[in-house]
Design a protein around this ligand. Structure first.
Ligand code: COA
Length: 189
């Protein structure tokens, strides 16, 4: 797999890379540390379960020693009934001891840029609006859309990568990604 990487930070060097199957255990452990098992009960999880992440859109951040310190994945969805193809972002998590160092922002910007480069038109997520607003997300374009389970409306956010991509989109989001092959669970979490 082609690996795109970039560096940021001044003291410790961090690298953003595509997630690989060998990252699975470290990623699961990081998610447990960063957010507990709550992320598995979210309505977002209904759109992820049994599906593969969108091709080329799972990223990790590693430190100099190669330790995985952050993760984000994007998932293929349909935005409502016969709606436009879109992406669902999440979970995003950063090693708790490294919070506030800019890792989450760098990872978000990289993921959004890659989604745009791959031709995707819109990204949706459920998360803290004050954090995601800095990347252009708002609840404005999700008013007529719904998650397939309980969620707080003000946390249901979207970013159009192409102006008007979500025009007319209405209804419940649906998973549209590749199904996890029966014999493999390594990328299914
Ligand atoms: C939320 C999270 C991904 C942010 O990553 P990070 O690397 O700490 O973020 P950055 O260093 O890039 O950005 C820090 C800035 O975001 C702000 N911020 C962080 N979390 C925030 C939140 N939940 N709401 C509003 N602002 C937030 C900080 O105050 C800081 O602001 P500043 O730039 O004005 O000082 C990380 O804290 C995390 O993993 N949290 C637990 C898991 C989680 O909540 N994930 C998101 C929902 S799925």
């Amino acid at each position: 797999m082609e690996e795109r990487a970039e560096e940021f930070g001044q003291v410790t060097r961090f690298t953003i890379a595509r997630e690989v199957p060998m990252d699975a255990a470290a990623r699961e452990a990081l998610l447990d540390r960063a957010m507990g098992r709550n992320c598995k009960r979210k309505s977002s999880e209904k759109l992820r379960r049994g599906r593969m992440p969108s091709e080329g859109l799972s990223f990790v951040v590693r430190d100099d020693a190669g330790t995985l310190v952050a993760t984000v994945r994007l998932w293929d969805i349909t935005a409502g009934e016969d709606g436009p193809k879109s992406l669902l972002l999440g979970p995003l998590a950063v090693e708790p001891s490294l919070k506030g160092a800019g890792i989450g922002s760098a990872l978000m910007r990289h993921a959004i840029a890659e989604a745009r480069r791959l031709g995707h038109k819109a990204v949706l997520l459920v998360g803290d609006a004050p954090y995601y607003a800095r990347f252009g997300f708002s609840a404005e374009r999700t008013r007529r859309l719904a998650m397939p389970g309980p969620y707080e409306r003000e946390r249901f956010l979207a970013l159009e990568l192409e102006d008007g991509a979500l025009d007319g989109a209405a209804g419940v989001l649906k998973a549209s990604g590749r199904k996890v092959p029966a014999a493999s669970t390594s990328l299914a979490a």
